[in-house]
Design a protein around this ligand. Structure first.
Ligand code: AMP
Ligand code: ZN
Length: 483
């Protein structure tokens, strides 16, 4: 596979330290609020990457942290702890907030068919290991204590900035206005490894350490968690583009200084979901969450489909109209698959292999998911029986995870039910919430209409309206809903 590598700014052949095995790390969510749909875009694209690697024959070990301590409201060690802000906002303890939003995050992931990583580690569960790494960095001369905090000394590195081809605006996220300079820092880019002195006295989570009671800086968790679960050599590191600086830059500084050798050669960064007004941001509180999309009548998988239609290295503009179009296309695709007849013959293995190769080429070219989606439509057009088409769709969906076969089977079953009802009611279909009393009235009205007894039909419509029921006549029959 060829993958763009942010560290070299080139599309390169994907390689691994141990042939056939991928050690993969993903920066997880900061659990002080719901993940917004921009965050979820990053996790959807990383999920597709992981699944494509598995589909392509790799054995993948994927690790993710949960940031439940240490992430200050500014990415550069300034502001208040995001978790503390969340706890104060909701009058709960920090750990209650962490548990609630961690559960909410994985519930969203499940709805979006995002696989849970092989290892998930909350930062608060690994404090002794963080302390060991910070001590190691001090012992090796890469860190210093000042004003009670431990800092990483970036002047000890031959190269600090690894990623510098990012949009100005993305980089600016880490450098917020109105920030006070930390006078303890010897160099502008130095960052905190361990806080004991902070601007806020009521930090809820504190641990004893050789430097005093305090808590870890944000970046140390990813270096440490990756070392514990992925080992000393990481093959692939993922995150949203705003993580590139300072977070990933600092992870590299810590890990390579601690380990004494190169750490992770390949970096995968997902660009932002934006709105026409600008970036979607959790901390600014103006972010859309998955539940809102559901409340507005959207299937979470229609959002996944929307994300897959564009390339991960381009900003993706979210509008309701764009999502509407994606949902329409997704439903049409399911309907076309539902129209196929399973079990109409043997799978044509040659055709299946040809389509697999086409898909591999598209996705293997820097994860071109929009061409991956096109391959689904190609599958519907191949010269083969329906069983072969379904086999191709099922195979490609192991990577795209749009629940295509399951949704098509459900639609087939639903259509069959509607047809069966139609057969028992003289060709008139009634669909609604399945309330027999209302179904009977709707049916009577339809029969009256068929018999051209419009006065009776109108009377029944009015009777139903009085009960809060609205009827629509569709080509498939009468459909009712409560209003
Ligand atoms: P956070 O919970 O803020 O630590 O972010 C979780 C993940 O979402 C990180 O990988 C971020 O880089 C990523 N992210 C943040 N904002 C966006 C956005 N608007 N679009 C896509 N990814 C984002
Ligand atoms: Zn991280």
């Amino acid at each position: 596979m060829y993958l763009y590598n942010s560290a070299t700014r080139k599309k390169q052949e994907f390689t691994t330290h141990i042939p056939g095995r991928v050690e993969m790390y993903t920066c997880g969510p900061t659990v002080y609020h719901f993940a917004h749909i921009g965050n979820l875009r990053s996790y959807i694209m990383e999920d597709v990457l992981e699944k494509f690697l598995r589909w392509d024959g790799y054995d993948v070990n994927r690790v993710m942290n949960i940031t439940d301590v240490g992430h200050l409201s500014g990415d550069s060690d300034e502001g208040e702890d995001k978790m503390l802000l969340g706890a104060r906002r909701e009058h709960k303890s920090v750990m209650e907030i962490a548990q609630y939003y961690t559960d909410a995050f994985f519930a969203d992931c499940a709805k979006l068919n995002i696989k849970t990583p092989d290892a998930v580690q909350p930062a608060t569960g690994l404090i002794p290991e963080f302390i060991t790494m910070v001590q190691g960095l001090l012992d090796k001369g890469y860190a210093y204590v000042a004003g009670g905090n431990v800092y990483f000394d970036t002047s000890k590195l031959t190269r600090y900035h690894i990623f510098f081809d990012h949009d100005e605006e993305d980089l600016a996220v880490g450098v917020r206005e109105g920030v006070e300079e930390d006078q303890n820092k010897r160099n502008k880019n130095d960052f905190v490894l361990w806080f004991t002195k902070s601007k806020f006295e009521d930090q809820a989570l504190k641990w004893d350490s050789p430097w005093g009671v305090g808590y870890p800086g944000w970046h140390i968790e990813c270096s440490c968690i990756s070392l514990k679960y992925n080992g000393e050599y990481l093959d692939l590191h993922c995150g949203g583009i705003d993580n590139a600086f300072p977070h990933h830059t600092n992870e590299i500084a810590q890990s390579e200084s601690y380990l004494g050798h190169p750490w992770c050669p390949q970096w995968f960064h997902v660009h932002h979901l934006v709105t026409p007004e600008g970036k979607m941001s959790k901390s600014k509180g103006k972010a859309l969450i998955l539940t809102t999309l559901e409340e507005e009548g959207y299937d979470p998988l229609a959002y996944r489909f929307f994300c897959l239609q564009s390339h991960y290295r381009k900003a993706l503009v979210f509008t309701w109209e764009n999502l509407d179009n994606a949902q329409g296309a997704y439903h049409k695709l399911i309907a076309r698959i539902a129209a196929l007849a399973p079990g109409d013959g043997e799978v044509d293995q040659a055709v299946l292999q040809t389509q697999r190769e086409k898909f591999r080429k598209a996705m293997g070219n820097d994860l071109n998911t929009s061409l991956g989606v096109t391959a689904l439509y190609d599958a519907l057009k191949v010269k083969a029986n329906d069983e072969t088409k379904l086999a191709i769709l099922g195979d490609l969906d192991k990577v795209l995870s749009l629940s295509l076969l399951e949704k098509a089977a459900a639609k087939r079953a639903e259509d069959a039910k509607v047809k069966a009802v139609a057969a028992t009611t003289g060709g008139i279909t009634v669909t609604g919430e399945g309330d027999p009393a209302i179904d009977a009235l709707v049916l009577q009205r339809a029969q009256a209409k068929k018999a051209k007894n419009f006065a009776e039909a109108d009377r029944i419509r009015d009777e139903l309206k009085a009960q809060g029921i609205e009827i629509a006549d569709t080509k498939d029959g009468a459909v009712w809903k409560r209003v």
